[in-house]
Design a protein around this ligand. Sequence first.
Ligand code: ZN
Length: 140
Amino acid sequence: MKLACFDPGRRFMGRLSHECDLLEEFEQLCRKEGIRCAVFTAIGALTRATLGFYQQEQKRYHTIELDFPLEIASLSGNISIKDGKIMAHAHAVLSDENGRSWAGHLFPNSTIFAGEFFLQELVGEAWERRFDPQTGLYLW
Ligand code: ZN
């Protein structure tokens, strides 16, 4: 286990922008506010989404394209640094008009219809993602 203790920083609550990319919205907010480490949650709706399931044996993502309106039943994520840049990492449970749901790692090209979020800044040395050969993932 890797562990660090962070002090709580600012807390933001806000509305996500219509037709913007969800991950980019969080990265843009963090660049603007100088946030390098944070956790966030969101609820709302997307016009489309790309989810991923990590195939552990093959060490690659299988992606699921959802090209229809979706509710964000639950979304949580974090902010850290990868290749010197702010990176948002989020997982979501999304549902359709019949309540069927899909869940997984959220990829870019997931477009906001409307959304509300809460973001907690964490103060301390920001964690950087590095390639981990054991998993094939960029981990802290
Ligand atoms: Zn993930």
